[in-house]
Design a protein around this ligand. Structure first.
Ligand SMILES: [Cu+2]
Length: 151
């Protein structure tokens, strides 16, 4: 009789764990719908994910003039040659940041409150610039440029 009670408890635990796993799966699938894949080979399962955000620096000069600069954060990332990486860029500051990666055909848009996923790999070593075309330099509230170091 004791053994029966214990196994009934175990079954309860297993069912409980399954219920939690399903709940997590559904919650996860809801979150992932907000992600926006942009590059051609989206869905690389074995890619290393690198998280980035869009940020903004703001300051007031002594004459009350406001200055600001949009930035990718982190501003420098390191990647191995031929490594599959997925940039997961979350739009925090700024409505929209259209971008491209210099020397590649990778381009996309990061929108505020959304994640943009970019699957990339580089077959040549070098420093590649991730450039926002709305804020490419100081005159346009940048420079919004990140450096991808491939070696
Ligand atoms: Cu920008």
């Amino acid at each position: 009789m004791d053994a029966l009670i214990i196994s009934a408890k175990k079954i309860g635990l297993v069912i409980g764990a399954l219920a939690i796993a399903f709940a997590a799966y559904f919650a996860g699938s809801f979150v992932w719908k907000q992600a926006v894949p942009t590059a051609s080979n989206a869905g690389e399962s074995n890619a290393r994910v690198i998280h980035m955000v869009t940020g903004e620096f703001k300051a007031q000069l002594p004459d009350a003039q406001e200055i600001e600069a949009y930035r990718w954060d982190p501003g420098t990332i390191f990647v191995e040659k031929d490594e599959k990486v997925q940039l997961n860029i979350y739009g925090v500051n700024g409505q929209e940041h259209p971008f491209y990666i210099e020397g590649t055909d990778v381009k996309g848009v990061v929108k505020q409150g959304k994640e943009t996923l970019v699957d990339v790999s580089f077959d040549k070593e070098g420093v590649y610039r991730l450039i926002c075309t709305t804020h490419p330099d100081k005159a346009s509230n940048g420079p919004m440029i990140a450096y991808i170091v491939v070696d």
